[in-house]
Design a protein around this ligand. Structure first.
Ligand SMILES: [Zn+2]
Length: 274
């Protein structure tokens, strides 16, 4: 599932393609993408809109139009975009939407598992919509140790589960939480509310480090994930614990262990994560 670095890679590649361009023709081929709104209605609203910018908030892509309309895209499990020259999109059974930009490119949205969502909002609805769903941006200036402490305080859930909650910090998922906790030397099953301020500071630093590596590597490529330019991320070559169970810890040599937390498979070092 794409997390902050993967979605940020999509944003970085789509922004120069979309910004300043007009959506000439829009086809939404799967009603699940926009439900409960009729996809024909959404497509009709998008047609003729000129893109003002492409941003990211948590795991959402935020496509802003000059009219004030906003398209909020969540890729969920397997959503992705592909950019091609006009008429150059490959035939694809998993294509769920297509739009052509004035003279420059065609863009497809593909989604194998079909959990992705497209939601049209007015600019003044966006902040309220996101505020109840998302905490601070973990790479932003407001994600301080004190802020993280406030979000974890009194919580009995394992710290891993608390960090997967998008209201704790926006954009984290299974990979980057496991990686961040390894950097922080904090055990994923520790009760979130039991961490002292030094440990919380280490978790904050560890998460930020994992996310920065992920962005630099253009995200992780698991199964058939592709970036909009058709490339692959290489974060999987940087994994410290994720998917490494049984292999030696890169810090202490102990075999990486696997458990479950927050309903997700969780990798950690039983020796150096306490
Ligand atoms: Zn270790």
């Amino acid at each position: 599932m794409p997390e902050l670095p993967e979605v940020d890679t999509v944003r970085a590649q789509l922004a120069p393609v979309l910004t300043g361009r007009t959506l000439r023709a829009v086809a939404i081929l799967d009603a699940r993408l926009t439900r409960p709104i009729d996809p024909r209605r959404v497509a009709a609203q998008l047609e003729g809109e000129r893109v003002a910018g492409v941003e990211r908030r948590g795991k959402y892509l935020v496509v802003r139009f000059e009219s004030g309309l906003v398209l909020l895209v969540h890729l969920r499990m397997t959503g992705s975009f592909l950019v091609a020259a006009p008429g150059g999109l490959p035939a694809d059974p998993y294509q769920r939407a297509v739009f052509s930009l004035d003279d420059t490119a065609d863009v497809a949205y593909r989604d194998v598992r079909r959990f992705g969502t497209w939601l049209l909002l007015e600019e003044d609805e966006l902040a309220a919509y996101l505020a109840v769903r998302l905490g601070e941006e973990p790479l932003g200036p407001r994600f301080t140790t004190r802020e993280l402490q406030r979000r974890l305080e009194g919580r009995r859930a394992p710290v891993k589960a608390a960090l997967l909650d998008q209201r704790t910090a926006a954009g984290l998922g299974n990979i980057y939480v496991d990686e961040g906790l390894w950097y922080a030397r904090v055990h994923p099953l520790r009760q979130a509310g039991s961490l002292d301020s030094d440990e919380i500071a280490a978790v904050r630093t560890g998460l930020r480090r994992a996310l920065r590596v992920g962005i630099r590597r253009q995200g992780a490529t698991l199964s058939d994930y592709r970036t909009p330019n058709g490339g692959r991320g290489s974060m999987q070559d940087e994994f410290k614990v994720y998917g490494r169970e049984g292999e030696p810890c890169l810090r202490c040599g102990a075999p990486i262990a696997k458990t479950r937390a927050g309903g997700r498979g969780t990798s950690y070092c039983p020796e150096c994560q306490r």
